[in-house]
Design a protein around this ligand. Structure first.
Ligand SMILES: Nc1ncnc2c1ncn2[C@@H]1O[C@H](COP(=O)(O)OP(=O)(O)OP(=O)(O)O)[C@@H](O)[C@H]1O
Ligand SMILES: O=C(O)C1=C[C@@H](O)[C@@H](O)[C@H](O)C1
Ligand SMILES: [Mg+2]
Length: 170
């Protein structure tokens, strides 16, 4: 398995957590596009959304995804909205193995409750936002995924073992 692995899915699906662990298992370099964007900008995601709007963030995201997906032998965890742009979907689908980590809205809410780094969830009704995002994005995630894996009720270690088996079968 020499191809790169790209993790997609909604906020709280575990892309950053699973991505890091999977990269250790595969002995691949690990990147998290949200983190790369923050490091390059010298500011966190809420600041970028505040100063440049979501559109500014999506520009930065597209350029980072284009660059990173050209690398071989990496694990890349993407942001929850990375599949919104057709260019990103094309790069992800054509340059590596894409894994869609699925999670229920209930689990997403529980997993993101304590973390305030997600501007789209800083609203009076994060549950309604997550449900709407699911409707819009689930078809996009599915359209590029090679492997779909459910992470509700499954701890990260279990997810990694399952993923490794499925990647070997790819
Ligand atoms: N399978 C799992 N079981 C239990 N907790 C999990 C699981 N996966 C992730 N978590 C926890 O959920 C929280 C959110 O996970 P993580 O940051 O990896 O999500 P993400 O998909 O990268 O979200 P985002 O799109 O916002 O970057 C973390 O506290 C993490 O420890
Ligand atoms: O779902 C989204 O659109 C986002 C998810 C996060 O990973 C970040 O990329 C940002 O907060 C936007
Ligand atoms: Mg993440």
């Amino acid at each position: 398995m020499t191809q790169s692995v790209f993790l997609i899915g909604p906020m709280g699906a575990g892309k950053s957590t699973i991505g890091r662990l999977l990269s250790q298992e595969l002995k691949f370099e690990f990147y998290d596009s949200d983190k790369v964007i923050e490091d390059r900008c010298g500011a966190d995601i809420p600041w970028i959304f505040d100063k440049e709007g979501e559109a500014g963030f999506r520009e930065r995201e597209e350029s980072v995804i284009d660059e990173l997906t050209q690398q071989k032998g990496i694990v890349l965890s993407t942001g929850g909205g990375a599949v919104l742009r057709a260019e990103n979907r094309q790069h992800l689908a054509s340059r590596g193995t894409v894994i869609y980590l699925c999670t229920s809205v209930e689990q997403q809410l529980a997993r993101t409750a304590r973390d305030r780094n997600r501007p789209l969830l800083q609203t009076a009704n994060p549950e309604a936002v997550l449900r709407k995002l699911f409707e819009e994005r689930d078809p996009l995630y599915r359209s590029v995924a090679d492997i779909i894996i459910e992470t509700d009720q499954r701890n990260p270690r279990w997810v990694i073992q399952d993923l490794k088996k499925r990647l070997e079968g790819e």
